[in-house]
Design a protein around this ligand. Sequence first.
Ligand SMILES: C[S@@+](CC[C@H](N)C(=O)[O-])C[C@H]1O[C@@H](n2cnc3c(N)ncnc32)[C@H](O)[C@@H]1O
Length: 242
Amino acid sequence: MRQGYENKSTVNEIRDRFENDVERFSNHETGQSAAVDAADCLEMIANCAIQHAPEMKSVLDIGCGAGNFTLRILGKLKQNNVDVTLNDLSANMLERARQRVRKNTSGQITVLQDDIRDIELANDSYDAIVAAMVFHHLREDEQWDDVFASVYQSLKPGGALWIYDLVEHEKTVLHDHAWLQYSDYLVSFKGESYRDTVFDYIAKEDSPRPLMWQLERLLSAGFSSVDVLHKHSTCSAFCAFK
Ligand SMILES: C[S@@+](CC[C@H](N)C(=O)[O-])C[C@H]1O[C@@H](n2cnc3c(N)ncnc32)[C@H](O)[C@@H]1O
């Protein structure tokens, strides 16, 4: 299942692909429909994030795309002055996210256009961090450990990390089962050729890790507890508390 990373897309290739894909990530009712249960996980994460931190003052959205997750969270809060930090590789995504988020908060908006692996986040800064469909672009173990450690440091004490992502499976039987379900989902959504296109770009671009592996790494990074909100086929929503 896991392969070497030498044939995977480079950071520049990933950035260039997303620069031209802003519209597909700009519907905050559906979320990213190519992912399993995207709309439900968007709603679930937003609900849990605001129930965990109803007075939140600061949010970081890693790989924010057009900002769907942050928008959904802001829309559920009573206060309208939350500071938002938007991170992405793509300038076009960030500009769309900034415009949409601006309409939903009078707080400070900070835009960080860079690879999350290269950003030095300030310590103890965020009440909530969201990372949706982005960590599967990380490659070697060290990159995951470094990013989880950096995210942990940047959360305020008691803050939470909310992840929705593509996940792999160690056991072949589970891998095959999950990808068959995903295939059925994509075919019923938009047909076989769409399924093939999605599978081709996942093969080229993504290097997801198993859910349990990530939960263990999050605990090793210092998080005091982790939990799973949802897992279906190849996609999962999960969280980690500082
Ligand atoms: C599949 S989209 C998801 C967007 C958004 N989180 C959502 O769920 O609607 C992944 C986003 O992550 C960004 N991205 C990919 N690798 C990244 C990295 N290493 N650092 C920061 N952003 C990254 C891409 O540019 C893209 O906008």
